[in-house]
Ligand binder design. Structure first.
Ligand code: GDP
Length: 362
């Protein structure tokens, strides 16, 4: 999964990106922070269940799920017309599956705000408008070709024309495409456009150190807006997270506690990103590794197996499944089996969050 960090300049994007990707917490696991490009990092998604499983099935390594983060340059008014880095960064956003918008909710006279005043609602709106304008352009450019192809009787192109027209009408009412429901075949017909306002969005309210839980008036405005448009929201103090990320595990926990936080922002952020994307995890557990795999909610057993290897999906025979509760009760797979708790599931089985699985395949 890839998420792109966007926002106006000077809201704390780079600070947050650096805190998340350089964090010792992210490094200590199996995805040593690796830079794919200067502005892209891989962080592991913290999941306490991996450790709980490994108390009973002791592996050589733990492999958490991974989240790829892309730090996309700041969006300014006029970006959709090529202002600032304009189209180049918009093309980056087209490629990600989720958008994390950092919204400045901290006051600091030393940090200049591009609009002169800290106003989260206006920031949210500025970015949304640029993304809507860019989507509008994409759709308007695509319509004539789709119409020509549809005239020759191409069924898919007909669907595409319908979907484009509905989307244009929706954007015309100043509504992001996230709030438009298309039939699945229609949505599929325009999925390759990478429409940005159709992507799930998570607001990261970058709050003051004295408002870590985001209860102040500025963060509350962001929460209210998120609710309106079905977005997620987390409150993070990027500056504090950057300081915490520098620390070793023991010091990190102490600093979190003394700040009144239960866990680092990465954990909260990863969980919310999963939620808005409709994702969940299942596990494989053996002597070699205990590993988390990411699948959409509703995925069947063969689809779940397919994220390990496409051959697993094609040749799927059955899955043996148990839960972490079973493991904690019976202490070993052998005992789970002996107790008749090891379930054998076929092709139609819908995977559940936290399933521990073995797949049998041809
Ligand atoms: P970007 O342009 O959005 O990437 O913003 P930066 O991450 O470069 O941050 C801009 C400035 O704001 C820097 O001087 C940061 O130190 C400062 N900054 C970032 N987050 C916070 C925060 O939570 N509180 C305060 N007071 N300053 C912050």
């Amino acid at each position: 999964m890839r998420a792109g960090i966007v926002g106006l300049p000077n809201v704390g994007k780079s600070t947050l990106f650096n805190a998340l990707t350089s964090s010792k917490a992210a490094q200590s696991a199996n995805y040593p922070f690796c830079t794919i490009e200067p502005n892209e990092g891989v962080v592991s998604v913290p999941d306490g269940r991996l450790e709980r499983i490994s108390r009973y099935i002791v592996p050589k390594k733990l492999v958490p799920a991974a989240l790829r983060l892309l730090d996309i340059a700041g969006i300014v008014k006029g970006a959709s017309e090529g202002e600032g880095l304009g189209n180049k960064f918009l093309s980056h956003i087209r490629e990600v599956e989720a958008i994390l918008q950092v919204v400045r909710c901290f006051e600091d006279p030393d940090v200049v705000h591009v609009a002169g005043v800290v106003d989260p609602m206006s920031d949210v709106e500025t970015v949304e408008i640029e993304l809507m304008l860019a989507d509008l352009q994409t759709l308007e450019n695509a319509l004539p070709k789709a119409e020509r192809t549809a005239k020759s009787g191409d069924k898919e192109a007909k669907l595409r024309v319908e979907a484009i027209k509905k989307s244009l009408e929706h954007l015309g009412k100043d509504q992001p495409l996230r709030t438009l429901t298309l039939d699945p075949p229609e949505a599929e017909a325009i999925s390759s456009f990478g429409l940005m306002t159709a992507k799930p969005i998570l607001y990261v309210a970058n709050v003051d150190e004295n408002d870590l839980h985001g209860e102040g008036p500025l963060a509350q405005k962001v929460r209210a807006r998120a609710k309106e448009i079905g977005a997620g929201v987390v409150a993070v103090c990027a500056k504090l997270e950057a300081e915490i990320a520098e620390l070793d595990e023991a010091d990190r926990l102490e600093m979190l506690h003394s700040s009144g936080l239960d866990e680092p922002a990465l954990a909260v952020l990863a969980r919310e990103a999963y939620r808005i994307l409709g994702l969940q995890s299942y596990f494989t557990a053996g002597e070699k590794e205990v590993r988390a795999w990411t699948i959409p909610i509703g995925a069947t057993a063969p689809q779940g197996a397919g994220v390990i290897h496409t051959d697993f999906e094609k040749g799927f025979i059955r899955a043996e499944v148990y839960t972490l509760d079973d493991l904690e009760t019976y202490k070993s797979e052998k005992e789970i089996r002996a107790a008749g708790k090891l379930r054998v599931e076929g092709k139609a089985y819908v995977m559940q969050d936290g399933d521990i699985c073995h797949f049998l395949f041809n």
